[in-house]
Design a protein around this ligand. Structure first.
Ligand code: PMP
Length: 574
C-alpha cells in the first residue's frame, strides 16, 4: 500500500538527510514491482543514475480519465522517490497533472537539498515522463474532440493506443543489423524513406513466390488472386484516407509523378494568361517545379502564399492572395524541411470561396497523422508508398470523382482504354484511365499491407509517439550553443527538425554522424527556393519514424556533441 502524500509530509519534512534516506528506503519497500514485460527500453527514464522504468495507466475515458503511475527501479532510494510521485500524482486527470505544482511538493519535503544532483536529475526525468504521458493523453483527447466537432462526415475517432515501440522496432530487420562499427543503425531519415516492417517484406515475397501474375489480365487462379490482392490494396488506401470509394484512388509510381499527372492532366488546357496558381516557397521541388513549368507554358502566374518569419503560412494574408483569378492551390500538408503542418481546412475554405482547385502534397503528412480527404474537402491529394513503410515505385493519387472525370490521362496504352480504333480511342473510367500499362503490382499489394499494419496500431498513436520524440529532440537541440533550428514551434510542426550549428557544415556533420552509425540527411532537401528564402545553402535534417526511441535521440545528441568538438577544433566552414 502506497502512503498518502499527507502522511509523507507529516513524517518526512523535518527529518535530516540521513533519516530521509532511511525513510525513502522504507517507502521504496511499499511500492509494487513493475511486471517484467514493462521493463523495456521504451519505458526506461533517461537521465537517472540507476535504472528506472515508468508507465501510466488510466481508468475512465476522455479528459476525466484518472492516471496511475507504475514505476520501478533497481535502486531502493529511487523506489522511495517513485512512492512520493505516486502519492502526488495518482488519481489526477491529465489536466490536473499538467497544472500540478510538483516542485512545491519537493520544496515542502526539502527533498531537493537532501538528494544528490544525479538523483535530482533522475527525479526531474521521471516528472518529465509523467508530464509528457499526461500531455500525450490530453492531445489525443483534444484531437478527437476537434475532429468530432469539425465535421459529421468524418470517421468515428479511435482511442489512441500506447504502443510498445521496442516490440514495433523489433519488426524492422534492417534496424537489427550491426554496422561495421559494431553499432546498430540509428535511422533518422524516415522523411526521405521509411524502413519496412517484416510483414511488408514478407508480403512482397508471398506474392512473388506464391501467386504472381499480371493484374487485370488473366482469369486463371493466379490472375484472380492477384486482382483480389491489388484491388484489396486500393480499398485499404481508400479506407485509410477516408476517400469514399476505391474508384477515387489511382496508383502512381509516387508523389512526384502524381503531381505531374495533375499539373499536366488537369492544369494544362484549363489555365491561361491572367490565371493564378497559388503555392508556397516551402514546397518540395515535386510540388513546385510542375506548377512553375505549367505557368511558363500557359502564361499563368505562379504566386506564393507568404510565410511568417518562423515558417508557417501567413493566414493573415489569405484574404489578399486568394483572388478570383486563383485556379489552383498546390500546397504541402507538412513541409519536408521545416516540419510545418499547414492549415489545409483554412486553405480549402479560401479556395472554395474563389472556386479554386486544391492539390495537397501528402508525402510527409499521410505517414504521420490522420488524413481525411472527404472531411478536408480537398480536390487532389498525393503520397508515396516508401515513406509509409511500404515499397518504392508505388504511390497514390486521390481525386474527387468529378476532378478525375475532368483530368486527362497523360500516359496512354493498355488497360486505360475502353475502345480503340485506327482513328481514335476512348478512355476507361477512373482509376483505370490513369493506370496505363503494367503497374507496380507487387509494390501496390505491399503498400496495402503497410497501410493495414499502420491501421492495426492507429495512425494517431504513431503521431503521438513521434510528437514526443520531436519535443524531446527540440528541447535538447535548443540548449546547444550556436544552434539554429528552422521552422515553427512544436505546436505547428510534425516529426522533422532541420538545423544548422555555427562552425559546422552540414555535409561534414553528416559524415561524422555516419561514423557513429547515426543516419541523417543533409543538403537542400529538394527545397532550393526555401533554402534561398532562409538564406542558407544546406541544413541537417532529422526525421522520425515509428521505430525511433529516446535512445536514438540520445545517440544522435552524443554523436552531435562529439562531431562538434572535432569540427570546432578544425574550424569547419559554416
Ligand atoms: N513532396 C514531399 C513533401 C516530399 O517530402 C517528397 C519526398 N522527399 C516528395 C514530394 C517526393 O516524393 P517521391 O520522391 O516519392 O516522388
Amino acid at each position: 500500500m502506497v502512503s498518502a502524500l499527507s502522511e509523507i509530509f507529516e513524517e518526512f519534512a523535518d527529518l535530516d538527510r540521513e533519516d530521509q534516506s532511511r525513510f525513502l528506503l522504507e517507502l521504496g519497500d511499499e511500492i509494487p514491482e513493475l511486471p517484467a514485460e514493462h521493463r523495456t527500453e521504451v519505458n526506461r527514464v533517461h537521465g537517472c543514475q540507476s535504472q528506472v522504468w515508468l508507465i501510466t495507466e488510466t481508468t475512465g475515458a476522455g479528459d476525466s480519465a484518472k492516471f496511475r503511475i507504475l514505476a520501478d527501479s533497481d535502486s531502493n532510494i529511487v523506489r522511495g522517490l517513485i512512492a512520493i510521485l505516486q502519492a502526488a500524482y495518482n488519481d489526477q486527470t491529465a489536466a490536473e497533472i499538467l497544472r500540478y505544482d510538483i516542485d512545491g511538493v519537493f520544496r515542502q519535503l526539502h527533498l531537493q537539498q537532501h538528494i544528490s544532483p544525479q538523483r535530482r536529475n533522475g527525479l526531474r526525468g521521471m516528472v518529465e515522463r509523467i508530464r509528457s504521458l499526461a500531455e500525450r493523453h490530453a492531445v489525443s483527447v483534444t484531437r478527437a474532440v476537434d475532429r468530432d466537432s469539425q465535421t459529421r462526415s468524418e470517421r468515428p475517432s479511435q482511442p489512441v493506443r500506447t504502443l510498445d515501440i521496442g516490440q514495433i522496432r523489433s519488426q524492422f530487420p534492417v534496424l537489427q543489423r550491426s554496422l561495421p562499427c559494431g553499432r546498430l543503425p540509428v535511422y533518422l531519415d524516415s522523411g526521405a524513406s521509411a524502413q519496412k516492417p517484416r510483414v511488408v517484406i514478407e508480403k512482397e515475397r508471398e506474392v512473388e513466390e506464391q501467386y504472381f501474375a499480371n493484374a487485370h489480365r488473366g482469369t486463371y487462379q493466379f490472375g484472380l488472386r492477384i486482382d483480389e490482392e491489388f484491388e484489396g490494396a486500393r480499398s485499404a488506401v481508400a479506407r485509410f484516407l477516408n476517400a469514399g470509394s476505391a474508384d477515387n484512388i489511382v496508383f502512381t509510381p509516387g508523389t512526384t509523378i502524381g503531381l505531374n499527372m495533375i499539373a499536366s492532366g488537369w492544369g494544362r488546357g484549363r489555365l491561361g494568361p491572367g490565371d493564378e496558381i497559388l503555392t508556397t516557397v516551402m514546397e518540395h521541388h515535386a510540388n513546385f517545379v510542375p506548377w512553375q513549368q505549367l505557368a511558363l507554358e500557359t502564361g499563368a502566374t505562379l504566386k506564393l502564399i507568404p510565410l511568417t518569419a518562423d515558417g508557417r503560412l501567413d493566414q493573415g494574408q489569405f484574404e489578399q492572395v486568394f483572388t478570383e483569378r486563383t485556379r489552383i492551390v498546390a500546397v504541402t500538408a507538412m513541409s519536408n524541411m521545416l516540419g510545418t503542418i499547414t492549415p489545409i481546412r483554412e486553405i480549402v475554405r479560401h479556395a472554395r470561396a474563389v472556386g479554386a482547385c486544391v492539390v495537397v502534397d501528402g508525402a510527409q503528412s499521410v505517414p504521420h497523422f490522420a488524413t481525411d480527404v472527404i472531411a478536408d474537402d480537398v480536390d487532389f491529394l498525393v503520397f508515396s508508398g516508401h515513406k509509409i513503410y511500404g515499397p518504392t515505385g508505388i504511390g497514390v493519387l486521390y481525386g474527387k470523382p468529378e476532378r478525375l472525370e475532368e483530368m486527362r490521362p497523360i500516359h496512354f496504352g493498355g488497360h486505360m482504354i475502353s475502345q480503340v480504333s485506327v482513328e481514335k480511342s476512348q478512355w476507361s473510367a477512373a482509376p483505370a484511365k490513369f493506370e496505363a500499362g503494367t503497374m507496380p503490382i507487387v509494390q501496390a499489394i505491399a503498400l496495402g499491407e503497410a497501410i493495414r499494419w499502420v491501421e492495426s496500431m492507429g495512425i494517431e498513436a504513431f503521431h503521438a509517439h513521434e510528437q514526443l520524440l520531436t519535443r524531446e529532440l527540440y528541447r535538447r537541440l535548443q540548449g546547444l550553443e550556436g544552434m539554429q533550428i528552422f521552422g515553427p514551434g512544436l505546436e505547428h510542426r510534425g516529426g522533422i527538425i532541420s538545423f544548422r550549428m555555427a562552425g559546422m557544415h552540414p555535409e561534414d556533420l553528416a559524415a561524422l554522424l555516419d561514423q557513429h552509425g547515426v543516419f541523417t540527411r543533409h543538403g537542400h532537401h529538394c527545397t532550393m527556393p526555401l533554402h534561398t528564402w532562409l538564406g542558407v545553402s544546406a541544413t541537417t535534417r532529422v526525421s522520425f519514424g515509428i521505430y525511433n526511441t529516446q535512445d536514438d535521440i540520445e545517440a544522435f545528441v552524443n554523436a552531435l556533441t562529439q562531431a562538434e568538438r572535432v569540427l570546432r577544433r578544425r574550424g569547419s566552414a559554416s
